[in-house]
Design a protein. Structure first.
Length: 244
């Protein structure tokens, strides 16, 4: 059973298109054109074209592409800001607002034609949020928090170790780091995730981290998974990701 997966996009439509091009080349080389493509969340913030990323993925799904798009913590923060700009995500530090450059929400609003949101009065910015299409909001709100397939479970941040999937809470699925990242146990499936920025996609045996820092100017990682084995897709073809 083959599945393709793409790491945290963070508003980089050009990198997303490049990832899909790598998948198309792999399909040409290995067949299996029906294998789904899973995007592990954080579509928005930091990069220059969050609006374009959402539009591209939304229209792809609407046209019948077998694309799974998971909700990331940045996607949840964006939706929360649109619902109530005066309320922050409960997991976000009280000292850092969604529009703070560290989070990157200002870049997301910029992509919708709302400039300089961090430096202007919030009331003024709030009055301009109608520039964000309701179709984008509704589509983003419908995306799931995790996706099981074969020997893998795809999720944005990770899982709470030792807790059944049906008992997991969204705060963990979208935000967790420790104790998930430090737990060496078999989780019953390969957990494929992003959220925690590392230098390159890495297979740890019980989990596979795809967040190679696209939001910070680094490459967007794209992998193909067969069973619990994984390969990084490159312009030269597949590069095996050995289990750590």
């Amino acid at each position: 059973m083959r599945t393709y997966a793409i790491g945290d996009i963070h508003g980089h439509l050009d990198k997303l298109r490049g990832a899909h091009d790598l998948i198309a080349a792999d399909r040409d080389a290995y067949g299996e054109t029906e294998a789904p493509i899973v995007h592990v969340g954080d579509l928005v913030d930091r990069g220059p074209d969050s609006a374009g990323v959402i539009d591209y993925l939304m229209k792809g799904q609407q046209s019948g592409e077998n694309w799974i798009v998971l909700r990331g913590n940045h996607d949840r923060m964006f939706l929360g800001f649109l619902d109530d700009p005066y309320t922050e995500d409960p997991i976000l530090s009280a000292e850092v607002s969604y529009l703070n450059p560290r989070v990157g929400g200002e870049a997301t609003l910029e992509s919708y034609g709302i400039p300089d949101a961090f430096s202007r009065p919030l009331d003024e910015v709030t009055s301009e949020l109608s520039a964000i299409p309701q179709s984008h909001r509704d589509w983003l709100a419908r995306q799931p928090a995790y996706f099981p397939r074969g020997e893998a479970i795809f999720v944005h941040a990770g899982i709470r170790p030792g807790v059944a999937m049906e008992d997991q809470v969204e705060d963990d699925l979208l935000w967790i780091r420790k104790p998930f990242l430090t737990d060496p146990r078999d989780h019953g499936a390969l957990i494929v995730h992003g959220h925690t920025n590392i230098k390159a996609a890495t297979h740890y045996g019980n989990r596979l981290n795809l967040d190679s820092g696209a939001g910070y100017g680094h490459p967007l990682s794209t992998v193909v998974i067969e069973g619990s084995d994984a390969w990084l897709l490159t312009p030269e073809g597949r590069a095996e990701l050995p289990r750590g």
